[in-house]
Ligand binder design. Structure first.
Ligand code: ZN
Length: 192
């Protein structure tokens, strides 16, 4: 998987960050903040850049056919409306068909789609669709719960509020028992 983002121009970004801070009435004159535009740009570049990775799958030679679920995968992303972070966890699962994959790859997929300006709804959907397209499981499910700092630090200042989104595909959507199992496991996680 290779990100489709353009090159980062750190010098241009640093000059723009300095101009933005000055326009916001900030004094960049003191030694403590002289380097702030560079640090600000480095922080955003890290949040918006991701390394490519191989989404390697393997034959399901054991014939494992029950739910595979990885819980509490960290989510660190940036909301595309305010460029402020949203932070939380993802629970990602699938019902294997002919292929399986290393469990760490589920976390890599979440990371891959998090490192760009996002909405939580789209992130949730993209992770589920990635599994459906590249693994062809019988079903794929994703639940994301996150705190949006654009909502908790500013605006309505709904401190402590969390947003929960889910995307269910294949049998995890259509089969009532599979759906209930997946949502039950991830809901238990939330109330623990
Ligand atoms: Zn926002």
């Amino acid at each position: 998987m290779t990100p489709d983002t353009a090159e980062v121009d750190l010098d241009a970004a640093e000059a723009a960050a300095a101009a933005l801070l000055v326009a916001l009435g900030q004094d960049l004159g003191s030694a403590h903040v002289a380097d702030t535009p560079r640090r600000m740009v480095a922080a955003y570049a890290e949040l918006l850049t991701v390394e490519p990775f191989d989404f390697t799958t393997f034959p399901n030679s054991e014939g494992y056919d029950e739910l595979v679920l990885v819980e509490d995968i960290p989510v660190r992303s940036v909301c595309e409306h305010h460029m402020l972070p949203f932070v939380g966890v993802a629970h990602v699962g699938y019902l294997p068909a002919d292929r399986v994959l290393g469990l760490s790859k589920l976390a890599r997929v979440v990371d891959f789609y998090s490192h760009r300006p996002q909405t939580q709804e789209r992130l949730t959907q993209q992770v589920a669709e990635h599994l459906q397209t590249h693994l062809s499981p019988r079903g794929a499910g994703v639940v994301v719960e996150a705190e949006h700092t654009c909502m908790t630090l500013r605006g309505v200042r709904a401190m402590g509020s969390r947003t929960v989104t889910s995307a269910l595909l294949g049998r995890l959507r259509t089969d009532a028992a599979s759906r209930a199992e997946f949502l039950g496991l991830t809901r238990d996680r939330r109330t623990r």
